[in-house]
Design a protein around this ligand. Sequence first.
Ligand SMILES: *Cc1c(COP(=O)(O)O)cnc(C)c1O
Length: 369
Amino acid sequence: MNRKHYLLLTPGPLTTTQSVKEVMLQDWCTWDDEYNSLVQKIRERLISLAVQPEKREWYTSVLMQGSGTFTVESVIGSVIPNDGKLLVCINGAYGERIAQMANILGIQVVVNKTDEREPIHINEIEEALKEHQDITHVAIVHCETTTGILNPVQEVCELAKAYNKVTIVDAMSSFGGIEIDMEAWNIDFLISSANKCIQGIPGFGFVIARRNELEKCQRRARSLSLDLYDQWETMENQNGKWRFTSPTHVVRAFYQALLELEEEGGVQARQRRYTNNQRTLVKRMSELGFYPLLQDKYQSPIITSFCYPDESFEFAAFYQMLKKQGFVIYPGKISQVDTFRIGTIGDVYEEDMKQLLNAIQEGKAENVM
Ligand SMILES: *Cc1c(COP(=O)(O)O)cnc(C)c1O
């Protein structure tokens, strides 16, 4: 293989295009008009990826410095009032993390835990809503990157709305790669970040929010730098200005990534490519004796967990062998079963999957793992 650097088959940061990397070769002034207007264009485009045209005026968006977790924490810490109570739907590490944040922030939490190999159960969520009538907010992860499972976000949010709750969705690893309609799905706050399916580089996250819900959040924040309302108000009233130093190069790269998403044909086309990558991967992996952890009907096109083929399998050797061949994969993250994960998102195509699978097949023939 004559690739200069390895492909990232991980759920973010992921492989980006040369053109996304190249636009970072210029410096930008963080409070200059030209840069701020770029921020405004990004904010508008994000809404257009999540909401139908006639509903867009009801939504707004905010960018937040840091990795995705910082943005999740800014939402949890800024949206739930002091007398609020959060229901967290958990079937993986990212759901757990939301509950952990709420605990640290002194927010009252109720958790619903499901086996990591199963999607969140709607009936249990309804029971929780009936049992704890003082719940004000419901949080759920769309694609639980821990395993690659897809949760029934639309059903959970619809149910939450029937009980008059505010809905928060961690769509970090799915937004831009799986079609989402915030209005139809009853999502009030949707969270994602620059370095996942939009295919930008790491450095900030973003929130798309129902405007009338975000407007209620003034002075609710439990942090100054992660105050989502304050960040939004500044961006909104000062034409795309960030309160504190923004990751200018990352923002510029993200704008390029948004243009490239559009060129590809939008979220629908990207979803098709990721789905094709994932199917190509699973089909040949199964032929090679590596079976997916999840039932196919629960599986996202984003990342796939594979069970170790047998007890003698050594992930470390497998990882090093693939890295030498130009592919970086991910270790597993669940306790019940030994797994590793392969991401199918980023600037990667069916041909890359085939090369990866050839490398795995050769490795297997030479008995390196
Ligand atoms: C990537 C990811 C996050 C954020 O992780 P960071 O490492 O902070 O960027 C949160 N939730 C999910 C589901 C993710 O996949």
